[in-house]
Design a protein around this ligand. Structure first.
Ligand SMILES: Cc1ncc(COP(=O)(O)O)c(C=O)c1O
Length: 470
């Protein structure tokens, strides 16, 4: 049996016994405990997505609305984790709900072309600068898998260059290099040959990127999260991304922006519009569907033409293979159209960005007042909290300017502390993602912000009381 390399971040098992904070959380979520016990009989770890991993158990949710959700014990939460970044408009936006409701009576899935897929794609083309051509998929993972295949088909080259810690889903090519296996070694279950097709470079290091590109001479694509690992948790500098555009042009390498999470969030036209850099291809997910399952690969017409039956037959090329039972199902298209119309016609992106900016300022003021070295930061409709386990001297500005590498920002510190922070804010009615941080939505308001700051403050008090924080 292969053993996990030392670099694997393994938060489990966590010693959360003897923690009054954890005990209070368990008391508040008694029915969720029972559900989690039942789930562990059926699902590995009792969960259906690794990002939903919470010790000793997560909350079981019964409904959500706007910027809030409710658990099975009747507790209400300010919800930042719902939709894993898809809910820019909040839950149950009336336009999205109405569009889905109207479509449901007309049939779930035609297995044929229909006008909604065209309307959805045309809206994407109008918003995303690089989107000359569109292909729908079922998830962000499928989108990056297809984008890499298209780039290989277009260039006739085999390798793909990626950056340490950037997340591109869970398929074999990109499974390593996000949390672990930054050296390119194959993660457990991934063929060595597949892992070897991926080259790893440190983000924000143009010289290293250029060297790897030239040494290989066989790189089909450069793929990155254009705002940095985990959508800006480890920010990339805009000048680095501009440099990648130039390098890609000089070497005729396909530049792919993975905008599954930042598309329609950084601006109406995604990170590419915010940065003023047009990639050759972009992967879109989450917001693009209004929260329904689905995703898309968009980009240069000549690259996506590798999937075109007529085009490839005319040129005598083999057509690039791509299927997908649930591509562009009408209900997803209907939700996507409604959501993108709201993005196009209102200032939802700006609202979420402004909310995140104010929240970050208020969190940092509170952290300073309470004397912790935690730092909130983030630029595009969300927030990250650096728990600063080594107490390094730094600031929001330095982190956002890309002064620290992946290893520093994602240094695991004490995984039990990070988990207790998540449980502590849950205990005080706020659900965030575990790193800790979260995207925010246009449905969040000043009261939600005040509750979020207070939840972090109360968590600091509890952690201090039990000696988990100095
Ligand atoms: C940047 C990025 N790429 C790819 C993915 C994978 O998308 P999915 O979870 O829909 O497969 C995600 C998901 O969070 C993402 O944030």
């Amino acid at each position: 049996m292969p053993t996990a390399p030392a670099s694997v971040s393994a938060p489990c098992p966590l010693d959360l016994d003897d923690s009054p904070l954890v005990a209070a959380y368990c008391e508040k979520t008694a029915t969720s405990i029972k559900m989690a016990q039942r789930a562990r009989e059926t699902f590995p770890t009792g969960i259906t997505h690794d990002a939903r991993y919470i010790e000793p158990h997560g909350i079981y949710v019964t409904r959500a609305d706007g910027g809030h959700k409710w658990d099975i014990d009747g507790n209400e939460y300010v919800d930042y984790s719902g939709g894993h970044g898809a809910m820019l408009l909040g839950h149950n936006h009336p336009a999205v709900v109405e569009a889905v409701r109207e479509q449901l009576g007309k049939g779930i899935h035609y297995g044929a072309s229909h006008e909604l897929e065209l309307e959805w794609a045309e809206r994407i083309k109008n918003l995303i600068p690089c989107a000359e051509s569109v292909r729908f998929n079922n998830s962000g993972t499928e989108a990056t898998m297809l984008a890499l295949r298209l780039a290989r088909g277009y260039t006739g080259r085999e390798k793909v260059l990626r950056f340490t810690g950037h997340f591109h889903g869970w398929h074999d090519y990109v499974a390593g290099g996000f949390l672990n296996h930054h050296d390119g070694s194959p993660p457990r279950g991934v063929p060595a040959g597949t892992a070897a097709a991926m080259l790893h470079a440190p983000a924000n290091d143009l010289a290293a990127t250029e060297r790897i590109l030239h040494e290989s001479g066989d790189v089909a694509a450069i793929i990155l999260e254009p705002t940095g690992s985990t959508w800006g948790q480890v920010p990339v500098r805009p000048d680095f991304v501009h440099g990648l555009r130039e390098l890609a042009d000089a070497t005729e390498t396909v530049l792919i922006f993975d905008e599954v999470i930042c598309g329609f969030r950084c601006s109406k036209g995604g990170a590419q519009q915010a940065l003023g850099i047009t990639p050759d291809m972009t992967t879109l997910g989450k917001i693009v569907t209004g929260g329904m399952p689905g995703a898309a690969v968009v980009g240069r017409r000549d690259i996506l033409a590798g999937m075109d039956f007529r085009h490839t037959a005319r040129d005598g090329d083999e057509k690039i293979f791509h299927m997908g039972t649930f591509n562009a199902v009408p209900t997803t298209c209907a939700a996507g159209i409604a959501a993108l119309d709201v993005v196009r016609d209102t200032d939802v992106c700006q609202q979420a960005i402004a909310y995140g900016e104010t929240l970050i300022g208020e969190l940092n003021a509170m952290f300073a007042a309470e004397g912790v070295s935690w730092i909130a930061y983030g630029t595009f409709g969300g927030f990250h909290v650096f728990l600063n386990p080594q107490d390094i001297p730094t600031s929001r500005e330095r982190i956002e300017a890309g002064a620290h590498d992946y290893q520093t920002i994602k240094a695991p510190g004490d995984p039990a502390l990070a988990m207790k922070v998540r449980l502590g804010v849950l205990l005080h009615g706020v659900d965030i993602q575990g790193w800790p941080g979260s995207p925010v939505s246009a449905a969040h308001n000043a009261a939600d912000r005040a509750q979020t700051v207070e939840a972090f403050r109360q968590t600091i008090y509890l952690l201090r009381q039990e000696g988990a924080l100095a």
